[in-house]
Design a protein around this ligand. Sequence first.
Ligand code: HEC
Length: 196
Amino acid sequence: MKKNFLFITVCILSAFLFLLQLNCSPKKTMSNDELIARGKYLVNFGGCNDCHSPKLMTPMGPAVDTTKLLSGYPASQPVLPIDSGLITPGKWVLTNDESLIWAGPWGISFSANITSDSSTGIGAWTLDNFISTMRTGKHLGNGRMILPPMPWDGVGKLTDDDLKAMFTYLQTVPAINNRVPNPVPPNMITGSSKKK
Ligand code: HEC
């Protein structure tokens, strides 16, 4: 009787360990469609559209213009005058009604075009370019520092698999040719009121 009980316990335990091992076995690699779906999910949740997509103003506030998804600050849009006295440390950070241009103590940054356009977006980037940009906070991993408020530090904490999914989806976002202006350093900001 005791022996039987021991035998059953050993059986249950081995079955349990077997199932546990099945569960821990390496995940199957995702198909391209699965990567795109996961990437779209992460991009939507990650707020990328909030800062990178042009908006249409509605009675409920700005809504993403789905015809210009992730194309960044429109190159044709003139930069409104900025009161440089307001953006010194401890004061304001300014943005426009589309959250595509940002002025603060770092100067003016323009939300990038992250569509699949190969000359003005990230269509010519490799997955490695994308991952190293997000992990280092430097353009392509070795260029200039990426300016606020791009949350590269948080995005860069995603796993390689999630960054791969994000990049795979971004490469399917329709290409929009829009060359976003270069950042403006703080001392080059011309505004209505100069520092006293
Ligand atoms: C709070 C606003 C904000 C959010 C949210 C945001 N970005 Fe950005 N992003 C920016 C700005 C502004 C820049 C331009 C920074 C610069 O010129 O240095 C930028 C730049 C980039 C670049 C270009 C970097 C380079 O080296 O050229 C990529 C790629 C990028 N963002 C991807 C993303 C992705 C993917 C998400 C969502 C997970 C995201 N961003 C969310 C504001 C944001």
